[in-house]
Design a protein around this ligand. Sequence first.
Ligand code: COA
Length: 260
Amino acid sequence: MSFENILVEKNNAVATITINRPTKLNALNKATIEELHHAFKDCETDNAIRAIIITGSGEKAFVAGADISEFASFNTSEGSELARKGQELLFDFVENLQTPVIAAINGFALGGGLELAMASHIRIASDNAKMGLPEVTLGVIPGYGGTQRLPQLIGKGRANELIMTAQMIDAPTALSYGLINHMVAQPELLDKANELALKIAKNAPVAISQAIKAVNANFKDGVNGFGVEIDRFGYCFGTADFKEGTSAFLEKRKADFKGN
Ligand code: COA
């Protein structure tokens, strides 16, 4: 499939998806969300890919939010549908992928941009990055999971403040809040993301996918995360990756995981 708004590069075990609308600060319009859905799905079904990096093109923005020009005239039901479809196609989809996603935040991550980074499993940012949920300045609230994932990551009080004031925070503040895991100079951002991705890629893919399920279970209503952990832990024992990992340890050699 060819894409107009994103670039996809696969290098050994790591796929890098770059949102490529720099003149619109990589704002997420409908077409871009659909392309991202297909690109993530393709990487998920490609057995050679063990980690995915999502970033934005240019030096200014990761993603400056949902494309305001597309929804400015929407009514109530169109607004609900925009959020529902976006969550289903991209934000929930990314969070529940079996392949880990690292957001490399290279500049502004606002609104849907920060929401995409928060749906990713790990976030790192360049030291010039600015993050925020400015939706209330437009008369709307975050609709791509921001009201749920920001409190999960930084706590309810700080999340309420950021959402209500619409204030942007810089990368050092995001680091101190635990919103990002690492901060590096912009030219080093993709190297750092790749370094993390390759560390993950060395480990058992099935175990990583089961860990994602267990960690996500903690945040799902009506789901007993400890129960999911027990279930997924047991599941790992039936996998070839588990046999390979334990055999390699006992035979004092490096494991060669096949992801099954
Ligand atoms: N949706 C649509 N277009 C957007 C956009 C968005 N979320 N964010 C930026 N753009 C476009 C601008 O309209 C402008 O397009 P133009 O050159 O055709 O006029 C271009 O990207 C550059 O943005 P500009 O505002 O000129 O850059 P800036 O450096 O002055 O300001 C920001 C940067 C990020 C502070 C500013 O673009 C901004 O506030 N964007 C909206 C952020 C937002 O509210 N996001 C949440 C949406 S729900």
